[in-house]
Every structure is written in C-alpha cells, then in structure tokens.
Design a protein around this ligand. Sequence first.
Ligand SMILES: [Ca+2]
Length: 344
Amino acid sequence: MLKNHLSAVTWLCVFLVAFVGHPVWLQKPPKRKTPAQLKAAICCEEMKELRAQVANLSSLLADLSKKQESDWVSVVMQVMELESNGKRMESRLTDAESKYSEMNNQIDIMQLQAAQTITQTSADAIYDCSSLYQKNYRISGVYKLPPDEFLGSPELEVFCDMETAGGGWTIIQRRKSGLVSFYQNWKQYKQGFGSIRGDFWLGNEHIHRLTRQPTRLRVDMEDWEGNMRFAEYSHFALSNEFNSYRLFLGNYSGNVGKDALLYHNNTVFSTKDKDNDNCLDNCAQLRKGGYWYNCCTDSNLNGVYYRLGEHRKHLDGITWYGWHGATYSLKRVEMKIRPEAFKP
Ligand SMILES: [Ca+2]
C-alpha cells in the first residue's frame, strides 16, 4: 500500500515541479519558430528569391537568346549584305579593270597611230611629184605641194609627169605654145613665171629647194617633124641665190646626140638685168632668155619660141646644138626633176 502511495506522491511532485518550473506551459504558447523552422523559412525565402532570380535570369536569358537570335539574324544579314557588296565591288572592280585595260588598249593604239603619223610625216611628207607618186597619185597633171615650214616657203603649184620613164617627175620648165615670153628679169626667173599648164619656168628658188636632195634631171624634146629625144643627168642641183643659182650636173645619158648642157655645167644663172656669164657680151640679151650662160651657149632652152619656118633666122631660139644645131628652134621642151632615189 505504501508503494502505491509513494508512487502517487512522486508523480505529484513531478507534476508540481513541472508545473512550477514551467509556468509557461499554462500560458498560450507564443508563435515562435524553432531554429529548424527558421532555417526552413529562410531557405524558402532564399529559394523564392532564387526562384525569382532564376525566373529573372531565365527571362533575361530568353531575352538574350531572342536578342542573340535577332542579332545573329542581323549579323547573317549583314554578312550576306557584305558578301553581296563584296560581289558588287568585285564586279565593279572587274568592270573597272576591263575599262582600264580597254583604256590602256586605246592608249596603245593612239601611241601606235602617233608613231605612225610621225613616221608618215618624216617618210611620207609631200615634197614633190615623186612623193605624190608614192602616195599613188599616178595621173599627170597639176598638183599643189604643201608649204615648206622649214624654209617658210608657201604652197606651190606644180605639174607632175607621172608617165614618162616611170613617172614621179616635177616639171621645172615647159615650152610648147610660145604664148609666154622667157625674156624675163632676175626676179621673174627667181620666183617663176608663166602658166603651169602651158609654158612656164618654175622659179630658181623653188628649183633650188627641190634639188636639196640628190636629184635627177630629164629634158624631153620634140622637133617640128615629130621626133622625140631626151637627155638625162644622174645628178642635178642649183645653188642658192647668193651663189647665183649655179648649175651642177652629173652624168649624161639619152638619145639626143651630143650632150649640149655639159658646156653650161658649173656656170651661174644670168638674166638680161644680171650678167653673170663668162663673156664680154651680155649672153642673156643676145640669146633673149635667162640661163646658165657660158660664152654663150651650146643649148638655149629658155630662148625665143619660133614656129616652123621662122627659127632659122636667129641664134636666140630654143636650141640644142647636139641635135639640130644652133639655128633650129625646137617645137617642144620639158625639163623635169625627181629624186635620184626614186623607184617607180
Ligand atoms: Ca657678160
């Protein structure tokens, strides 16, 4: 019985101790969280925060990825554009290159043409009838030679014989009609006179200029019976006026008998107003012409034109002593020149 009693007391004590020691038990327990609970709460908040952050990040990532995507697209677009620009540039470059090459080609052609022009001006310039012949002018007649800029001489009208002995002859004297007097003064003989299609003297100044290059002379003659003869000289030149248009002749060839110009070789020109001959007489006045008088003549190609029947009276006719003698005046004479180097 005691044992039960003790046990009851013990329980009572425990109860009391517990009750006194912990009066709070009787109170309403405060809403305090345990550390674990706190920890859990903090975690949750952190989690929430983290989740929010993750969500934010995800959205950012999505944004970013969207942006990246759009950026990528724009990059791709830009690359494509660049590529097409590159292609365009390349094609422009090709165009430019082809244009450049075309221009270069044109420049080459122009340079070639310029070179050819220079060659033409030096080699193919028109000096006389032989130049015209080489340029395929093959019909005898009147031509105009361009002015000589070097000498300052004007344009010159000439008559070209493109047929006789290969052609290319510039005629310096003609007697055929008798309509022009050859009894002229120094000045007239210097500059020339007469009619280019009829009787004329080309002019000592022009003849001098034309014979600055090695030149041949040919004299074609016809008598009143219709016989034709010629004399040719492998070299022919006239000095300048200061040297009184002195005559220089090379080797004779031809079919007109005796060479009747040899006697006049190395003599100077005389006219009625300028006696440069080798005689006490005035040969020009005696022979009524202008010529390279010696003392006085073995030929007188610039003498007086006499028609058939008149020519035996005087010694001043158009004579070639080696053929018909001193008193026979010829019907027709032509003196013509061309370069020694001319090849028909
Ligand atoms: Ca004299």
